[in-house]
Design a protein around this ligand. Structure first.
Ligand SMILES: *Cc1c(COP(=O)(O)O)cnc(C)c1O
Length: 489
């Protein structure tokens, strides 16, 4: 890969003809990878020793030719990672990104706008604010709600906690956790995302401030247990600062009883945050949005665009019905930052980040291209496919442990089947589908999530056959002809 690419400056900023050639070369390599994807292995199939030997040659002692490096990198992406964009990746909430979002990446890379200050990127900031406003409206939050794009759901959830702490005690901004005479508490369900534990630590209130409330046997926060925990804390002199209702749990897609959580939050004077990082996209569908009833009561909401909204990673959103508390929480003024005399909102002064990329363009383009109806069919399709898998697997003796899990199925194998980790390993070893092992309400389950808007019935059937085969019993595969050959490269 050694060569003479000319001046270092030209290597970093090549002239137009060379840019053109490299772009074409890359586009072809990516298209080839895309075409080959359905027939390729979902799981990594690379020779680690060989890979490490090749990687070690990148000493950066002298320039290399991009025309050789780019195809090498694409090849490693094809072979050395789980293929998130594969139609039979039924995995964690990592989507096959929609194409408009992918184009958005290119625009952002070309202009590289800095969204820290309103004065420097008014157009980009207005586009993001417009999308946030539309999402808030669609979620049913009150007029005047605001917020911003975040790097991910964890940052949005962190923002929620800081904002809730500021609301509970304005001195928190200055004095941190010491502002609280009695210890602050937050409430999440046992099935909530575990990042909350880190978030409490980061916010300075400590992991011990998190109360994990038991679930109701169906993966939803038990409202009575929540009420009892809040009452007990108040009796012991602690301050209930925030209740987190999860709308679409990570393991099982279950939705906490949001209206009940809102009532408990209201009487305790606590902030209600709805963590709809994944499930929030259900607002797109008139058929499914009812499952999120109560989200409109939240003081703040987290939705990840990089999950069910299918943007590239990563892209979160923090939306709040109380944008003035958000602004108070993060407000600073820096003399060196451009000042917007027109009174535009400076994202650096209302959020965790300082430098910010134009995160929201990808969701803007997806929304523009598909409209809400397009997104509605995107999410409905996932739930339909889950329904198909549920029917196939229950017919084969499996048990659907989460009855109402949006686009996720937690399936318990039939009696006498090998343990779940063995079943999962068998499926992964086939290279033909990706699923994971999880625990739901004390049961070992196979977790199946539709994350790819292009997964079809045939893909679901291949997975059902693989699972039935791995579970033994009715072991024969019903559609062996469907099993595609796994390409060696
Ligand atoms: C994914 C997820 C998170 C974490 O979001 P990241 O974007 O991975 O940081 C938090 N809560 C829920 C419910 C999630 O599904």
């Amino acid at each position: 890969m050694q060569g003479d690419p000319g001046l270092p400056g030209t290597a970093l900023f090549p002239p137009p003809e060379e840019r053109d050639a490299l772009r074409t070369l890359l586009a072809r390599a990516l298209d080839a990878a895309r075409e080959a994807m359905p027939g390729s292995s979902v799981v990594p199939c690379f020779d680690r020793a060989q890979f490490e030997g090749e990687l070690a040659r990148f000493t950066f002692a002298s320039p290399m030719r991009l025309a050789e490096v780019l195809p090498w990198v694409v090849q490693q992406m094809r072979e050395g990672n789980v293929q998130i964009t594969h139609p039979r990746y039924f995995g964690l909430f990592n989507p096959a990104p929609a194409f408009p979002a992918e184009l958005g990446e290119q625009i952002v890379a070309a202009f590289n706008p800095q969204l820290a200050a309103a004065a420097t990127s008014p157009a980009a900031i207005a586009i993001e604010a417009h999308v946030i406003g539309e999402i808030a409206r669609r979620a049913g939050l009150p007029p005047g709600s605001g917020g911003h794009f975040t790097n991910n759901g964890s940052e949005a959830n962190f923002t929620a906690l800081i904002t809730a702490l500021t609301k509970a005690n304005p001195a928190f901004r200055q004095d941190g956790a010491r502002a609280f005479r009695s210890p602050p508490r937050i409430y999440i369900s046992q099935d909530a995302h575990l990042a909350w534990i880190k978030i409490a630590q980061l916010a300075g209130i400590g992991r011990g401030a998190v109360r994990q409330i038991e679930t109701d046997g169906m993966g939803r926060m038990c409202a009575e247990a929540l009420a009892a925990a809040v009452r007990a804390d108040v009796e012991q002199g602690a301050v209930p600062v925030m209740i987190v209702a999860t709308a679409g749990t990570t393991v099982a897609g279950m939705v906490d009883p949001m209206a009940a959580c809102a009532g408990i939050a209201r009487s305790a004077g606590a902030w209600l945050h709805v963590d709809a990082a994944w499930g929030g996209a259900a607002i797109a569908s008139d058929r499914l949005r009812g499952k999120l009833a109560g989200i409109e009561l939240a003081h703040s909401v987290t939705i990840d665009a990089h999950k069910w909204f299918a943007t590239t990673m990563s892209c979160g959103m923090f939306i709040t019905a109380e944008p003035s508390v958000l602004a108070e929480s993060f407000n600073v003024t820096a003399s060196f930052m451009p000042y917007d005399a027109s009174g535009g909102i400076d994202p650096y002064a209302t959020s965790v980040m300082w430098s910010r990329r134009f995160l929201g363009l990808r969701l803007f383009l997806n929304l523009a291209a598909a409209g809400w109806p397009g997104y509605a069919s995107h999410v409905e399709r996932a739930t339909t496919l889950i329904g198909r898998l549920r029917a196939r697997l229950t017919a084969a003796g499996w048990c659907a442990a989460n009855p109402d899990g949006l686009g996720v199925l937690c399936a318990a194998p039939p009696p006498g089947a090998p343990p779940v980790p063995v079943i999962v390993r068998t499926v992964l070893a086939s290279g033909q589908a990706w699923i994971s092992a999880a625990r739901f309400e004390g049961h070992d389950v196979v977790r199946i999530c539709v994350t790819n808007g292009q997964s079809g019935d045939a893909d679901a059937d291949v997975l059902a056959d693989l699972l039935a085969g791995a579970a033994g019993g009715e072991a024969e595969l019903r559609h062996p002809a469907r099993l595609v050959a796994v390409a060696p490269s």
